[in-house]
Design a protein. Structure first.
Lengths: 116, 111
């Protein structure tokens, strides 16, 4: 999973604050996925983006969560007005082409959000 | 019913044992199957990638897919303490454009 860069690795926010998580995909990859992992649970899909486009956001909560992948710069997952239930590990992954198309995705090391 | 079912364990085995990890799924359109290994507080690392039914071997790891039974397995031979981690199965196919994961199985290999 070397190559997908996420920051910050650890983030502490008070309830009501905003959290911004950044992801730079592997070189040559234009498809980005965000997953959330709660304690003792598997990876839950949140959103799939290509440059400047949201392709599938079926896993995103309807409120407070948004994601973007601008033409220049990293993908951003933004959580507004955080609540304790948002405490989780957020993983970004990237792929060179759309799935399945004979591809898989490679993950970053994650961003651990703690809401206090 | 979840799309992908995986026994969460924990599974504890002695060093040198053969480990069998399994997932079942309900979506017959899944065609690509993956196994990821995740160490504590780390990102998932791709271990094995298979397409359709059959076996694939890579060192001590063998991935097996039985599409007729909607059942996939990962075998680890000569298990080592360094294999202690959570193993996640994942799959994609059909109209799905994202990986769907099992909940993961926590494996502990005792020295």
């Amino acid at each position: 999973n070397a190559g997908v860069m996420q920051n910050p690795r650890h983030l502490v926010r008070r309830r009501g604050q905003e959290a911004r998580l950044r992801c730079s995909p592997m070189k040559g990859h234009s498809h980005v996925y965000w997953y959330r992992q709660l304690p003792e649970e598997g990876l839950k899909f949140m959103v799939y983006l290509q440059k400047e486009n949201i392709i599938d956001e079926s896993g995103m909560p309807k409120e407070r969560f948004s994601a973007e992948f601008p033409k220049e710069g990293p993908s951003i997952l933004r959580i507004q007005q955080v609540v304790r239930g948002d405490s989780a590990a957020y993983f970004c992954a990237s792929s060179p082409r759309e799935l399945p198309a004979g591809n898989t995705i490679y993950f970053g090391e994650g961003s651990w959000l703690t809401v206090v | 019913q979840k799309e992908v079912e995986q026994d969460p364990g924990p599974l504890s085995v002695p060093e040198g044992a053969i480990v069998s990890l399994n997932c079942t799924y309900s979506n017959s359109a899944f065609q690509y199957f993956m196994w990821y290994r995740q160490y504590s507080r780390k990102g998932p690392e791709l271990l094995m990638y298979t397409y359709s039914s059959g076996n694939k071997e890579d060192g001590r790891f063998t991935a097996q897919v039985d599409k007729s039974s909607k059942y996939i397995s990962l075998f680890i031979r000569d298990s080592q303490p360094s294999d202690s981690a959570t193993y996640l199965c994942a799959m994609v196919g059909g109209a799905t454009n994202k990986l769907i994961f099992g909940t993961g199985t926590l494996l502990a290999v005792q020295p």
